[in-house]
Design a protein around this ligand. Structure first.
Ligand code: CP3
Length: 341
């Protein structure tokens, strides 16, 4: 069978019409998602129900025919498998307890991957149901982003408490990052064994760090992950998403050795292209708000994104996740525009 278009772009091939998918493409902007979500019970019940997780993974593929599906799960299943209680409260985002302190970090043990068996089962089901041309992406959070939730117990502005903790308790924080490197690698390798063909490592909150800390807590841990993954699964494609890394993008790209760098909404694409290796695949970076605006403004934004990435190995995506208030017709318009249909 021909190699999937999405994987060809990650191999470094320049395609006339780029493959596309959208971050958070399964989710609340889809009425069929809201319906399945209501049946499932809690958000984690949905993540750990292989049949329902398969259903919501496939929903955006059925509707829009994207070139890649992303496994329906969450980055916070890793803290769950490390023994922290994780819940999602409507309108409040995630809550993790107890919040980690020095003592609890020293008591942390290896990840119990059996707690994530339903995820691997979902991957096997998704693989049997996906169209032959559609790739399957697995994912995890990068150590810094996941550690930030484990320490703050929730999302937080500027991650101040977490950054202070990383300075004040450097040894304990480094131990937490090490555990997350090991855990995330085992988790991604198990996803690959179950059938994902590419993985994305989400460092959603790396941009709050000064360069020296960025190097220690974002670049170095992801670089170690990539090295370990390559040794065990050389064919697995790896996308790094150091969201809004800006001036630190080059550092990330030169050391982390991912196949593709995903650019956040605010990145300067022209500058990024000058600084990153020309053969490196890029992904991004339509503003999710332009997708909400729709109409001619959306068309113009899409055209600019296509022009910005012209001549690069490229995967069309948003600069961050699709928002719940996004009208479905706007996504249809976007797909038609990118594919020129
Ligand atoms: O992309 C996809 O469609 C796959 C599924 C996916 C989810 N979360 C489902 C989800 C992926 C790839 C994620 C990643 C994720 N989760 C990130 C990194 C990407 C990013 O957006 O920066 C982060 C930081 C999280 C943590 C998280 N999960 C938060 C902060 C929240 C609450 C905010 C919100 O959008 O409600 C979640 C919950 C979550 N994860 C939902 C979905 C569909 C919404 C919960 C629901 O449906 O009740």
């Amino acid at each position: 069978m021909d190699r999937k278009k999405f994987l060809r772009a990650l191999d470094g091939e320049i395609l006339a019409v780029p493959p596309m998918w959208l971050m958070r493409q399964a989710g609340r902007y889809l009425p069929e998602y809201r319906q399945t979500r209501a049946i499932a019970g809690s958000f984690l019940d949905l993540c750990f129900n292989p049949k329902l997780a398969t259903e919501v993974t496939l929903q955006p593929i059925r509707r829009f025919g994207f070139d890649a599906a992303i496994l329906f799960s969450d980055i916070l299943v890793v803290p769950h498998a490390l023994g922290q209680a994780v819940s999602f409260e409507e309108g409040h985002g995630p809550r993790l307890s107890p919040r980690l302190d020095e003592d609890l970090i020293h008591k942390l043990d290896h990840i119990d991957l059996r707690r994530l068996d339903p995820v691997f089962e979902a991957i096997e089901l998704i693989k049997t149901a996906l169209p032959a041309e559609t790739a399957l992406i697995g994912f995890c959070g990068a150590p810094w982003t996941v550690a930030s939730y484990m320490i703050a117990g929730q999302g937080s502005r500027d991650l101040e408490a977490v950054r202070i903790f990383a300075y004040a308790h450097r040894e304990a924080f480094a131990r937490l990052i090490d555990i997350l490197v090991e855990s995330s690698v085992s988790y991604l390798l198990a996803q690959a064994k179950a059938g994902v063909e590419a993985v994305q490592i989400f460092d959603s909150w790396c941009s709050v760090l000064p360069t020296r800390e960025f190097e220690a807590w974002c670049v170095a841990p992801v670089a170690r992950m990539v090295e370990k993954i390559r040794n065990a699964a050389p064919d697995l494609k790896i996308i790094g998403f150091p969201r809004e890394a800006g001036g630190n993008l080059e550092l990330f790209a030169s050391q982390a050795k991912v196949d593709c760098v995903s650019l956040g909404t605010a990145e300067n694409v022209a500058l990024a292209r000058k600084r990153l290796p020309p053969a490196m695949a890029l992904q991004g970076n339509l503003d999710p708000l332009a997708l909400i605006a729709g109409g001619k403004a959306l068309d113009a934004s899409v055209d600019k994104v296509l022009a910005d990435f012209e001549g690069a190995p490229f995967v069309f995506n948003l600069g961050h996740g699709i928002l719940p208030q996004t009208p479905i017709e706007h996504v249809e318009r976007l797909v038609a525009r990118v594919r020129r249909t």
